[in-house]
Design a protein around this ligand. Structure first.
Ligand code: FEO
Length: 401
């Protein structure tokens, strides 16, 4: 049975929702599922914008077939060929062998690399600024390299202001009927998933995203149609503002994420004591996470959101606790910068974690400010540590001014 939604007069969502996939890219948990969005334009020519993941192919094909109602498919525009969108290209070619595929040179190269049998079909290679008329609608193609793959482009419909934005402006979370961002309470129910999606999938490529945002600023966008998550037709500046923060690594809020690595609960107790101090002194935007039982994608998302990070780690094998080290490596890989960091270290006989975390932040990351004050524990937060705790809380608050 088909499951489609009307987007504009002659444009339809023909994607599908996936609640069975546990890990996006086999790494990021998606407890609320994910949508693979594809769009069908029924102009003088019929035009499909992107396909879907293999797991959603059957639903997608039923959607397309239903809306075409017996007419052929003239064009398939591939903005992004990563297999969560490109996996069903061959199925479209099998059913609509006369379809012409429009995409970038790199995308066709990658399709061949992934073994997609596209040769033998009409392939139209486009580059920045090329246009194509489908009848009433004229689209222009805009290169979006490294957002977040090299072959990506976005397509702007100059007739109605719809931007098919590939992975940009997407989100984790299945749509489950609600297609538009204005049909949900996005700021309450979706922003955390949108941030976690962006920061972990695209976060490394902030400068490339800013380049795309600058280009987007020159066109009159009325609607954003991403490949995951809700479609935007209202309040687009809200999302653009979030993207500018994320892409420039500026925090959204003054606040503190406290990430702790604790073996027996003593480092955790220190993290709790520090959080209480901060709240007592008036900073209540404080969020504690145990790195051992919080997937790193959530930690990354929170460090992009907040201005300050407390890293509290026990020493393990004379090094940083492995899960905390993984978090640090992920922050570096995703290019996180411009945060103020406070360190809490613990070690029962050779406390090393603080110096090693500081060295990592200084040597391996960009624009991280490490506070001079540090809370050092020998096994536990013993008596006499009140002054150190107080000094660290005060230093965090002072750095917020
Ligand atoms: Fe949703 Fe980069 O694929």
């Amino acid at each position: 049975m088909y499951c489609v939604r009307n987007v504009t007069e002659d444009l339809y969502w023909v994607g599908a929702n996936d609640h069975r996939l546990a890990l996006f890219e086999n790494i990021h948990p998606i407890p609320r599922g994910v949508s693979y969005n594809a769009y069908l334009l029924l102009d003088e020519k019929s035009v499909l914008f992107d396909t879907v993941d293999w797991s959603a192919c059957r639903q997608f094909l039923e959607n397309v077939e239903h809306l075409l109602g017996g007419r052929g498919l003239d064009y398939l525009v591939i903005n992004h060929m990563e297999p969560d969108h490109g996996a069903s290209i061959e199925e479209i070619l099998l059913r609509y062998p006369k379809v012409k595929i429009i995409s970038t040179e790199k995308a066709f190269m990658l399709m061949r690399q992934f073994g997609f049998q596209v040769d033998g079909h009409e392939l139209i290679e486009v580059k920045e600024g090329d246009t194509q008329s489908f009848g009433k609608h004229v689209v222009t193609f805009v290169a979006a390299p490294m957002v977040h793959w090299p072959e990506a482009m976005v397509t702007f419909d100059t007739t109605n202001g719809v931007l098919f934005s590939a992975d940009a402006f997407g989100s984790f979370g299945a749509l489950d009927g609600k297609l538009f961002a204005d049909e949900v309470d996005f700021d309450r129910d979706w922003i955390d998933d949108a941030r976690r999606y962006y920061t972990n999938i695209v976060g490394k490529y902030g400068p490339h995203v800013m380049h795309l945002l600058k280009k987007a600023g020159t066109i009159d966008i009325k609607m954003l149609c991403p490949l995951h998550g809700p479609v935007w037709r209202e309040n687009i500046p809200y999302l653009l503002d979030k993207y500018v923060h994320w892409a420039t690594y500026e925090p959204e809020e003054k606040g503190v994420v406290v990430a702790y690595a604790s073996m027996y609960g003593n480092t955790e107790a220190a993290a709790q004591a520090l959080a209480s101090k901060l709240c007592e002194k008036g900073m209540t935007n404080v969020w504690l996470y145990d790195v051992s039982n919080t997937h790193v994608s959530y930690l990354i998302s929170e460090t992009f959101r907040l201005s300050h990070v407390v890293l509290a780690s026990v020493t393990y094998n004379l090094g940083i606790y492995p899960v905390m080290y993984g978090f640090l490596q992920d922050m570096k890989a995703l290019n996180l910068q411009k945060r103020t960091v406070a360190i809490v270290e613990n070690g029962s006989w050779a406390c090393k974690s603080g110096d090693l975390m500081q060295k990592f932040l200084d040597d391996e990351m960009k624009g991280m400010t490490v506070l001079n004050e540090r809370l050092s524990l020998a096994s536990s937060l013993g008596e006499g540590k009140e002054a150190e705790l107080d000094a660290l809380a005060n230093a965090i608050l002072a750095s917020m001014q």
